[in-house]
Design a protein around this ligand. Sequence first.
Ligand SMILES: [Zn+2]
Length: 156
Amino acid sequence: MPTQGKHRNTRTTHTRMNDHRYAELREILEERRREIVNAMQDKIRDVRAEGSRAPQGVRDEAESSESEIQDDLEFALLQMKGETLRKIDEALERLENGTYGCCYECGEEIAERRLRALPFAVRCKACEEIRETGRQRERALTARRGPVSPFADLSG
Ligand SMILES: [Zn+2]
């Protein structure tokens, strides 16, 4: 009898999640990550290309201040993307710990479809709706503008 057992990969992380779900969620996050990294690289390439296209000293005053505003916007956009990237990395970390994709309120798994649309969702659809309904009721109480349809937010 051979004594060496099968090399089974005994994983200690994401224990509460099945492998299929883990793979799906990981794919969602990594897809997002790729998109953002690509977009950032494109931007950086654009900025560089633009810089080499416009020779120094040719732009007039108005043009250069306009391009400065543009640069600020680009920078803000890059910063936003960087922030999203950080969130994705955090989510990936939580995925490894097995805490990503669980509802903050009830602890149930958040549907993949929902996470695909909202990768940083912290509540399941049901809990989010309860929360929304509560907010709508508050608004209705303060505004008193007729009934608020309870089905207004079923599309997502
Ligand atoms: Zn929930």
